[in-house]
Design a protein around this ligand. Structure first.
Ligand SMILES: Nc1ncnc2c1ncn2[C@@H]1O[C@H](COP(=O)(O)OP(=O)(O)OP(=O)(O)O)[C@@H](O)[C@H]1O
Ligand SMILES: [Mg+2]
Length: 442
């Protein structure tokens, strides 16, 4: 089989840093799916930056070794060639779409590629049929479910008919329906002979689609043997018990709160959270968890009802980089009163505290923010889907840290898979705009 992507001895290091990739080899043929698994900060995103020429061009990294796409060896000047041959669907799916309406976005991109209105329209009509997204073209991007958004961004990546499509964490934030949508989109890519590279922490949901599964570790790729395909933990059960009513203070109270934003309406939501409570708000994509968190944090005001907050509250958004406002890790820590906890703040890896938070890998950023919040002066922590884009091991670690703290914690989760890490949490389910007490996760 002819290899569309050939990587030999790839080495990459960022300015002033050590080699992140240390001689990585990979070959992917037409219609093949290579699934790459790797720990937080192992270099997955760096690998994608290297094969798309972005590492040297935008990040000024040193890149050594050979990358061949469609038999053409890349040089520093290959930017233009690579642009249409290899398409990356980014980790944050919202970043793949620029315009508010799906069709507008696709057409403006297709026009850039084809420089002709009729060719652009033809390309869109083709990918819409293939990926079955015709009914989504008139939609506002924010009205798409997570799975639909992924499907649309994968379809968009096919407009220039690339040889290679790279999916960076395609299952992130997706509920079970969304996972199904992405799986079928990957099957379509295969069918159309695209070489597919998937970087995914929730790899167990994709193993059967992969032609090879590789582990990125210590800067090199190796076949991953003995992959455990079953779920590694028994599932969870929800025990319908009443949360214990102690004498502790009520830190948060929502009384009959209602709010409508776009097509979402939250109706007469009530919730009481006491000091030290651990709560998980479970709801599928689009159920309104983030909106609810913004109400709790005071970022949004209810139309009806009342939100009473009796503690300093820290809201940590789904995309960790949106949290950061400062120029360095130490300034971030000081800003929330966690300066005293430096420099032991980030376990597992010595990070330079002068470093910009925006250079952290996704997983590093989440780990850092969680530690920061646990050491902050805030009493009430709101974490919106903190398990997304993390290894199974990191999830376990974060679940443990949140369970241990004496702070009051509210976590959002869109997949029952995540409840495994939240045993002992009180589960409230957000569904059809109402919030229902379900019991305790066991
Ligand atoms: N712009 C940058 N400047 C300096 N160091 C960086 C930069 N981007 C990434 N790094 C470092 O390079 C290493 C690899 O990061 P990378 O983002 O490739 O990891 P990853 O495998 O994608 O992690 P994750 O699963 O958390 O997304 C990490 O140690 C990270 O801190
Ligand atoms: Mg990454």
């Amino acid at each position: 089989m002819s290899k569309v992507l050939r990587v030999k001895g790839l080495r990459v290091r960022y300015p002033g840093g050590d080699w992140v990739l240390k001689g990585l080899d990979l070959e992917v043929g037409k219609g093949e799916v290579a699934l790459i698994v790797g720990g937080t900060g192992s270099g997955k995103t760096t690998f994608v930056r290297a094969i798309t020429c972005v590492a040297s061009k935008l990040y000024h990294a040193d890149v050594e070794g050979v990358v061949e796409i469609g038999g053409v060896k890349l040089t520093d000047e290959s930017w233009e060639y690579v642009k249409d041959r290899i398409k990356v669907v980014p980790q944050n799916p919202r970043a793949a779409l620029v315009y508010p309406v799906v069709y507008e976005d696709l057409v403006s991109y297709a026009y850039q590629v084809y420089k002709s209105k009729s060719l652009a329209e033809k390309a869109i009509s083709n990918v819409s049929k293939v990926f079955k997204i015709s009914h989504l073209l008139d939609r506002h991007v924010d009205q798409l479910s997570g799975g639909e958004l992924r499907r649309v961004s994968i379809a968009k990546s096919m407009i220039s008919s690339p040889d290679i499509v790279v999916l960076d964490e395609p299952l992130m934030w997706l509920d079970d329906n969304g996972v199904r949508e992405v799986r079928s989109a990957i099957e379509i890519l295969k069918l159309y002979d695209v070489a597919v590279v998937v970087l995914e922490h929730r790899f167990k949901r994709l193993l059967d689609l992969a032609d090879k599964v590789l582990l990125l570790k210590d800067g090199v790729l190796n076949p991953m043997d003995g992959v455990n395909t079953g779920e590694d933990r028994a599932g969870v059960s929800i025990t319908p018990e009443k949360p214990t009513a102690g004498e502790r203070d009520v830190l948060l109270e929502l009384r009959d709160v209602s709010l409508h934003v776009g097509s979402l309406s939250l109706n007469r939501i009530s919730l009481k959270v006491k000091r030290g409570d651990k709560v998980v708000v479970y709801g599928l994509n689009g159920s309104g968890k983030t909106t609810l968190f913004k109400l709790i944090a005071g970022v949004l005001k209810p139309e009806k009802g009342k939100v009473v907050r009796r503690a300093e509250t820290l809201y940590i958004p789904q995309v960790p980089y949106l949290y950061f406002t400062e120029g360095s890790l130490s300034e971030e820590a000081r800003a929330v009163g966690a300066g005293h906890a430096l420099p032991g703040l980030y376990s597992g890896r010595a990070l330079s505290l002068d470093r910009s938070p925006f250079t952290l890998s996704w997983g590093e950023a989440i780990r850092f923010i969680v530690e920061l919040s646990l050491n902050s002066r805030h009493e009430l922590l709101l974490l919106d889907e903190p398990f997304s884009g993390l290894t199974y091991q990191d999830r376990e670690e974060i679940g443990r840290r949140l369970a241990e703290t004496s702070k009051t914690v509210i976590v959002a989760a869109s997949s029952t898979e995540h409840l495994v890490y939240l045993k002992g949490f009180r589960l409230v389910e957000l569904r059809d705009g109402t919030l229902t007490e379900r019991g305790v996760v066991r």
